[in-house]
Every structure is written in structure tokens, then in C-alpha cells.
Design a protein around this ligand. Structure first.
Ligand code: PBE
Length: 268
């Protein structure tokens, strides 16, 4: 590599897990001598996707279900190969799965769900009075509230959008009773929430992957090779623990990422 290293621009969405993954990627890229910068918490899915396609970013962490249900909504991309082809037409590539699925799910406080007898999303049909609060992005994504509502014929009318990080406090205070969870959120266990069963299988798999521009592979093949070390290396349980360290124990994300890379990949 040249003395000052290849420039690599990494992005992340505005939630903890995305930031931790962005930090891992940034640190791995730097380990090859690249001059990597991490534009943290840039925004939601659409913001990251547009920035990548415009060439303002070289890579960011994404999820297969989000590619299928939101970014390529309306197109049939049933298998890995068809998804890769759709990405290639945009000049983009996708890594192999990192090893965990971070799906959407709806959750409630365990005691309240028990009292009302709610185990599945279909059970919500019998409780039109429940107050729902959904993360802003979920309010109008292809796989979000409008699609979920029609799939399950849900009658609730009190539905508000909020910042995902505030949703758990809203459940605690009783301001809302049901919210969308990310299945690797550490708060699910911490707050003792019941994850409602998606009995009609509305949500697909959201396998975490790295999305990057094809020209990065041309410009910095050693960076792409280094990123490959994350493939299949992060289990669901591991990701929940990393999220817990950052969100519950308030360890800064770069430190959480560095500790993982040292422990799992021997990176120092
Ligand atoms: N997810 C689940 C979403 C948010 C919740 C992580 C797959 C996404 O960022 O696409």
C-alpha cells in the first residue's frame, strides 16, 4: 500500500449494532494500512443505501431481509444468487453472512402479555385498545407497520412513531404497550419482554452482511480480504452481548469492536 494508505469510507445506520459493526469494519480496514474513516450514525436505511450508490460511501453493514423487503421491494429475489445479481447491476457486492439474524419482532412487557393472554401476533387482533409505538423507520418500510397491519388485519388505531432507543423507556413507563424489537437488542432480556410469535411468518430472515462498492474490490483488494474475516464469525448470542456492552454498560462502540476483534480474530 502507498505510505498514506487507500481511503475507505465506512458508514453506519443510527442504531448501536450498526455502529459496532461499522467500527469493526473500520478497524479491520486500518489493520491493512488503509486510511479508513467511519461516518457514524448517518441515518436510516435509505440514507445509507443512497450514499453507497452515489459513491459517497464504500461500504456499510446491511441485512438481507432489508435488501429484499425495502431496498428491492416488489422484486422476486428468492435466493442468494438473484440478490447478488440485483446488487451487481448497481455496482455493488455483498459479503457472506456474518453469522446472525437480526429480525424485527413485536414485543410487550412479559407480565402484561401474560395478563392479556397474548403470545402471537394474531392474538393482538383481540385487543384493539393497545397503544403501539414503532421506530420511525418501521412506520413506513416495505416490511413495516402498514404491511404488518394488513397481513394480520390488526385493528389498533393508537400508533405513533418514535426513536428506537426511546421505545424501551416508553414500554417501561406505560406510554406504549407494544413496540417493534430488533431481535439482537440486549434490552429484550434486560427489561423482561415477551417476543410475540410471528405466526403468519410476515418477517423474513435479516442476516447481517457487509455491502460494498465493486470498485473497492478493485482499488483495495486487501481490505475486502480482511473484511472476509468477519464472515460467519458473529453468532446471535455474541451480537446480543456486544450490544449489551455498548447500550447497557455504556462502553464506547470502538472499544466494544476492538475487544471483539482481538478476542475472536487475534487483531491487536
Ligand atoms: N434490522 C431489524 C433493521 C432494523 C431492525 C436490523 C434488520 C435494519 O436496520 O434494516
Amino acid at each position: 500500500a502507498p505510505p498514506e494508505g487507500t481511503a475507505v469510507r465506512v458508514g453506519s445506520k443510527k442504531f448501536t449494532e450498526s455502529v459496532i459493526l461499522g467500527d469493526m469494519v473500520t478497524q479491520l480496514a486500518r489493520s491493512t494500512g488503509a486510511r479508513a474513516e467511519h461516518r457514524r450514525e448517518l441515518g436510516g436505511t435509505q440514507v445509507l443505501w443512497q450514499a453507497l450508490r452515489r459513491g459517497e460511501l464504500d461500504l456499510y453493514p446491511e441485512y438481507t431481509g432489508t435488501l429484499r423487503q425495502e431496498l428491492f421491494a416488489g422484486r422476486a429475489l428468492p435466493d442468494d444468487e438473484s440478490l447478488r445479481q440485483a446488487l451487481a447491476a448497481e455496482g455493488l457486492r455483498m459479503s457472506a453472512p456474518l453469522g446472525f439474524n437480526d429480525t424485527y419482532a413485536l414485543g410487550m412487557k412479559e407480565a402484561e402479555a401474560e395478563r392479556l393472554g397474548i403470545r402471537t401476533l394474531s392474538d393482538l387482533r383481540e385487543h384493539p385498545e393497545l397503544r403501539f409505538g414503532f421506530s420511525n423507520e418501521f412506520m413506513d418500510r416495505g416490511d413495516g407497520w402498514p404491511a404488518l397491519r394488513s397481513r394480520y388485519a390488526l385493528p389498533q388505531r393508537e400508533v405513533r412513531g418514535l426513536d428506537h432507543d426511546l421505545a424501551y423507556r416508553g414500554l417501561e413507563s406505560g406510554a406504549i404497550q407494544v413496540t417493534d424489537l430488533y431481535s439482537t437488542d440486549a434490552e429484550i432480556a434486560y427489561y423482561g419482554l415477551r417476543v410475540l410469535e410471528d405466526d403468519l411468518r410476515h418477517f423474513p430472515a435479516y442476516d447481517a452482511v457487509l455491502l460494498y462498492r465493486e470498485d473497492l474490490a478493485g482499488r483495495a483488494p486487501e481490505v475486502v480480504t480482511a473484511l472476509g474475516r468477519l464472515e460467519g464469525r458473529i453468532s446471535e448470542r455474541e451480537m446480543v452481548e456486544l450490544n449489551a456492552r455498548a447500550k447497557l454498560q455504556r462502553v464506547p462502540e470502538p472499544q466494544v469492536a476492538a475487544a471483539f476483534l482481538e478476542r475472536e480474530l487475534g487483531l491487536t
